[in-house]
Structure formats: structure tokens, C-alpha cells
Design a protein around this ligand. Structure first.
Ligand SMILES: NC(=O)c1ccc[n+]([C@@H]2O[C@H](COP(=O)([O-])OP(=O)(O)OC[C@H]3O[C@@H](n4cnc5c(N)ncnc54)[C@H](O)[C@@H]3O)[C@@H](O)[C@H]2O)c1
Length: 441
């Protein structure tokens, strides 16, 4: 950990403080992000690993990490301090960083509220009210300019498609009915983010904003990014695939395997949860090399590896006169140490997008989401999750006139007391811009 004075952030770059609300706050990435932000704020670490610290983005008016106030939702009771100590004992987090972050982690822990599971007996509209209330209360108590929500919770199984995902009226009715629970937890959190006007990044393969009806709502109201961070194997694939295809080689197969432990490894041992992850990973690769390519992929939970993940790829391609080309890669890293700096990037970019409304520049960023064609940009748009809104599915519906009554219709971003002139219509304009040509630097 070296504090490089050249990358020190000027705390006066932005006005006010910004909330970072983490879903899955007590998980490996959540805690690693909190320890990292504390270390950067104390001058013990720099932004190595953050895309926003690269020269390409150096001129953007991005918030300094020491302006962030952390809170979140989780369903586990293991406190962040205990989790941080576990991660230090496993060799991932530097012990000195965890020790110096003690008071920051205590403050973070005090701002974590109970999350939601798929087994809550209340109408889902009431659950959204509670989740949104937690975020709004956090923003008010700390006098935050805005709260950026990042979903770092465990990967959910993808839900079966249903009519409520395509029709706001049907969804509103279902949300009010205690006997029905149409939305997975990630989408309840997404509605709470929209309700409170909070930018949202979904770092997981879960449904979240990928449902067409939520996608349509979000497009009008908040900057958002997703789905599923590309941190290791998929980052490498994103770089290698265009290299091979642009060189004119014909990729025939791309076989992959992953071994990992930790909380993510345990979650992905569940066949339903792992199918979300496999779908997400393969979607990204196939978008690059074509659907005809054979792409078997395995993810295995190996608990003794803890948070170290190793990923292997075997690529088979055909060259001149049918000659055979093979390439084998091995990538080993602490997964959460790859993810946490991207979470810091996401909050900085989403804060900028929310502050400035439409920003015409987009950044070709290899470590963006796995959603094909999506680019992390300062307008932070993603295409709908293709597993639910891809070719063949219904187009996003026209959303009527939702209001913000507790338990009522789908949310409309509230006007904020400190909203500047022109702010608030920005995302409508940003959405229009995002559908147009993206200009690259
Ligand atoms: N490099 C990476 O680590 C990487 C890359 C891409 C995506 N992801 C995704 O990020 C997510 C987090 O990874 P992790 O290693 O921190 O996992 P983790 O298991 O350590 O943490 C997940 C946290 O989410 C909490 N959680 C589960 N269900 C919840 C709910 N309904 N509401 C609120 N909290 C809930 C858990 O209690 C846990 O604290 C996973 O979905 C993973 O697939 C990780």
C-alpha cells in the first residue's frame, strides 16, 4: 500500500458528502470496499486498480473517496469488523489496513439495516417502502447530496419470466398482494433505489433492473449500471476475444473452468444460483465470438481456497489453411480485491452522472458489465438483461403515471430540496442520448 501524492484526491473537488449504500454490505466485496475507502481516506493507499484513476479519466470532476459515507442492507448478522478480520486472517486484506479502519468500520456497521429475503410475508409494496425508507433516512441524517446504491449481494437464481415483468399495472397489483411475491429481492432493492432517486449499479448477475418494466422506469429516472462486474476471467476474455477475431482467426471453442471458495463460492455451489452466473459469463463471451462457438464453462466451490479464485481458459481457433491454434490462460487473484476498486469507480461515475445529467462522453472500459454491448459510461446505461429482455421477448412497456404513495403504484423519483435547476430532467435526456451514437475519446 503506497500513498502516491500524485493520485491524492482533493476533498474540495465536489461539494457535500455522498452516501454509498451497499446491498450485501457485510459480504467479502462490501467489507473490502469499506476497508479500501478507509485506507484511501487516511492516506494509507492510493487508487491503484481503479479505472477512474487512469489518465483517460483524469479530467473528470469525480468525487474524492473520503467524501463517502457508507451504509447498506444485509441478511447476515456477522459484523463488518469480524468479517474484515476474517479476510485479513485469510491473507487477503492487509492487517494494518483493517486495524486503521476500525472506527470507519464501526460507523459503517451502525448504518447497516436488515435486508430482505424471498420469504418475507408482507406485501412486496410494503417491503419496498421499508427499504426506500432506510435509504432516505440515511440520506437525511447524514445530510448527503445523494446516495449511490451498489448491489453486492449473493447471486440469485434468475426468475422465470412472467407477465408482471412486462406490465406496470400488473406489477403494481401484484406488489400490493401479500399472497404474491412477483419480484426477487434484487428487484425490490432496485425499486427502492428508483423510489429514492438513487443511482444504482448491479454488480451481480441477479435480475435487479434487468426486468423490462423496471428497466423502463429506471431509464426515465436514475443513472444505472449493470449487470455483473467483469473482474478477472471475463476481463481477460474481453481483451483476448477481439484480438483473435480481428486478427482474422476463427474461434471454434472457448472452454473455461473456475475454482473458488469464500461466500461467493458457497453461493455458486447452488445449481440455481450458478446458472445465473454461467448465463451471464457466457452471454458476454458469445457476444464477442459468436453464438456458433462452443463455450462450456464450470464453476466449482473449493472452500479451502477462501477468496482466491483461479480461472482457466482453453481457446481453440483455426488459422490460415485450417491450421490449429490453441491458447491456454490461467488467472489467479483475490476476487474481492479486483471487485472493490471497481465499486469505487462505479460510485464515482454514477455520482458524476447524477450531478451532471447527460454526459456525452463514454468510455470504452474493459472492466464494465458482462451485458453484451453495454459500456460503462458517464451516463451509465446498460441494455436489458438479455435472458429476460433479449430478442423475442416483449419490448419494455410504456409506463403510465406512477406516483410515490407508500404501497401504491411504482415509484417516481422525488424532487429533492437541493435539486439544482435542470437537474432531474437530465436522465430523460441522458437516456435519449444513450440510445444514440456514443462518442469515444
Ligand atoms: N470479482 C468478484 O468478486 C465478483 C465479480 C462479479 C460479480 N460478483 C458478485 O458480487 C456478489 C458479492 O460477492 P462476494 O464475494 O462479496 O459474496 P459474499 O458471499 O461474500 O457476500 C454476499 C453478501 O450478500 C448478502 N446477502 C445475501 N442475500 C442478500 C439479500 N437478499 N439482501 C441483502 N444481502 C444479502 C450475504 O449475507 C453476504 O453478506 C456476488 O453476487 C458475486 O457473484 C463478484
Amino acid at each position: 500500500m503506497n500513498a502516491d501524492p500524485n493520485t491524492h484526491m482533493d476533498p474540495w473537488q465536489t461539494t457535500g458528502r455522498i452516501g454509498l449504500w451497499l446491498l450485501g454490505a457485510r459480504g467479502s466485496i462490501g467489507v473490502t470496499t469499506a476497508v479500501g475507502i478507509a485506507a484511501i481516506s487516511h492516506g494509507l493507499a492510493d487508487l491503484t486498480g481503479c479505472v477512474t484513476a487512469t489518465l483517460e479519466l483524469a479530467d473528470l470532476d469525480l468525487l474524492a473517496p473520503d467524501r463517502l459515507v457508507l451504509g447498506g442492507h444485509d441478511i447476515t448478522m456477522t459484523p463488518v469488523q469480524a468479517r474484515a478480520e476474517q479476510l485479513a486472517a485469510s491473507g487477503m486484506l492487509p492487517t494494518a489496513a483493517v486495524t486503521s479502519a476500525g472506527a470507519d468500520l464501526d460507523r459503517f456497521e451502525a448504518e447497516i439495516r436488515p435486508g430482505v429475503t424471498g420469504h418475507d410475508s408482507h406485501p412486496q409494496a410494503t417491503i419496498v417502502d421499508r427499504l426506500a425508507g432506510d435509504i432516505a433516512d440515511f440520506r437525511t441524517r447524514h445530510q448527503l447530496d445523494r446516495v449511490v446504491v451498489v448491489d453486492l449481494s449473493s447471486t440469485e437464481p434468475l426468475p422465470e419470466d412472467r407477465p408482471e415483468f412486462h406490465d406496470s399495472q400488473l406489477l403494481t397489483e401484484a406488489l400490493a398482494d401479500a399472497q404474491r411475491a412477483p419480484l426477487p429481492p434484487s428487484s425490490l432493492y432496485a425499486l427502492a433505489a428508483i423510489r429514492t432517486g438513487s443511482p444504482l449499479a448491479c454488480f451481480t448477475p441477479s435480475a435487479s433492473l434487468g426486468l423490462p418494466v423496471l428497466q423502463a422506469l429506471a431509464r426515465e429516472q436514475i443513472p444505472y449500471a449493470g449487470q455483473d462486474g467483469k473482474t478477472g476471467q471475463t476481463l481477460l476474455r474481453t481483451a483476448l476475444a477481439p484480438t483473435l477475431t480481428r486478427r482474422g482467426f476463427r474461434v471454434l471453442s472457448w472452454a473455461g473452468a473456475n475454482v473458488l471458495g469464500g461466500g461467493d463460492g458457497a453461493t455458486l455451489a447452488d445449481p440455481h444460483a450458478v446458472s445465473s452466473k454461467l448465463t451471464s459469463k457466457n452471454r458476454g463471451l458469445r457476444a464477442l465470438v459468436g453464438d456458433h462457438v462452443v463455450t462450456p464453462l464450470h464453476i466449482d466451490n473449493v472452500p479451502d481456497l477462501g477468496d482466491i479464485k483461479t480461472a482457466w481458459d482453453h481457446i481453440h481457433a483455426e488459422g490460415f489453411l485450417g491450421s490449429r491454434i490453441t491458447l491456454q490462460t490461467t488467472w489467479t487473484a483475490y476476487d474481492s480485491m479486483l471487485a472493490a476498486p471497481l465499486v469505487i469507480d462505479l460510485v464515482r461515475l454514477l455520482d458524476l452522472a447524477d450531478r451532471t445529467g447527460p454526459v456525452a462522453r463514454s468510455v470504452s472500459w474493459a472492466s464494465s458489465s458482462r451485458t453484451p454491448g453495454a459500456r460503462m459510461s458517464t451516463t451509465m446505461r446498460s441494455r436489458p438483461n438479455s435472458s429476460m429482455a433479449g430478442p423475442g421477448s416483449s419490448p419494455p412497456p410504456t409506463v403510465g403515471s406512477p406516483d410515490d404513495r407508500p404501497g401504491g403504484a411504482l415509484p417516481r423519483r422525488p424532487a429533492r430540496a437541493h435539486q439544482r435547476p435542470g437537474e432531474g430532467q437530465g436522465h430523460r435526456r441522458a437516456a435519449a442520448g444513450a440510445r444514440g451514437v456514443q462518442r469515444h475519446r
